[in-house]
Design a binder for this molecule. Structure first.
Ligand SMILES: C[S@@+](CC[C@H](N)C(=O)[O-])C[C@H]1O[C@@H](n2cnc3c(N)ncnc32)[C@H](O)[C@@H]1O
Length: 214
């Protein structure tokens, strides 16, 4: 499991950047402040970064421009092709996912992703976080930006609102994928051995940051 939503990205890849630029009314609020969200991940990151689900490479590009070493991972062939065009030719984009990925070729101090972690169920998220903790030294960070909700009620309300606005693709997405509740994610980070903090970036997206404890 974990790769069950890949076909969606095969279809979405060619116009994905239009969405992040806010040109699709259904996803405008989800991608509100996208560029700032990526900047904030870069600001919080160390110098040696593994990135999951790079998509078209927008965050990767910013990390590299800030002088960081990046180990980029993306399971969709179509997305890898698009990202390749945006990134310096020497950058290798690895086929892998949040659970199964090649061993980084350098020691990591940070693991990042944007709009990706909800592809795992909560059980899978917990297991993956323990794996990330094993890969980091004390003080190493996991920084994930993703759609999440304060409560089940808040998620249900967003689904109702999307249907009322006739945003049926967004409503389907919110019902289909594994969007986490904030308290659950805080607990999963804690159980995996991270001190954790969280900040809301727009109506949908939060940045969760875990720092590995001793
Ligand atoms: C919404 S896009 C986000 C892309 C990029 N991170 C961004 O912020 O624009 C989600 C990306 O996650 C990838 N993806 C889907 N399932 C995944 C998994 N299990 N592990 C890692 N990446 C996955 C998709 O192929 C897609 O590129």
């Amino acid at each position: 499991m974990g790769r069950e939503f890949l076909d969606i990205f095969t279809d979405w890849s060619s116009d994905y950047d239009d969405f992040v630029e806010g040109n699709d009314p259904e996803y405008k609020a989800v991608f509100e402040g996208y560029s700032n969200i990526l900047k904030e991940i870069v600001r919080r990151s160390g110098t040696s970064v593994l990135e999951f689900g790079i998509g078209t490479g927008n965050l990767t590009k910013q990390l590299l421009s800030s002088g960081k070493w990046v180990f980029p991972i993306e399971p969709s062939k179509e997305m890898r092709k698009l990202a390749k065009k945006k990134l310096p030719s020497e950058v290798i984009i690895y086929d892998g996912d949040l659970q199964n990925y090649p061993n980084p070729t350098k020691k990591l101090d940070t693991i990042v992703s944007s709009y990706v972690f909800h592809h795992l169920t909560d059980t899978e998220k917990g297991m993956a976080l323990k794996k990330y903790a094993n890969q980091l030294e004390m003080g190493g960070k996991v920084i994930f930006a993703d759609t999440m909700f304060e409560s089940q009620e808040a998620l249900n309300q967003k689904i109702i609102q999307a249907k009322e606005q006739q945003f049926y693709a967004l409503a389907d997405d919110l019902e289909r994928e594994y969007y986490t509740l904030v308290p659950t994610l805080l607990t999963l980070f804690d159980l995996a051995g991270f001190n954790v903090s969280i900040e809301q970036m727009n109506e949908y997206v939060w940045i969760i940051e875990g720092e590995k404890r001793a």
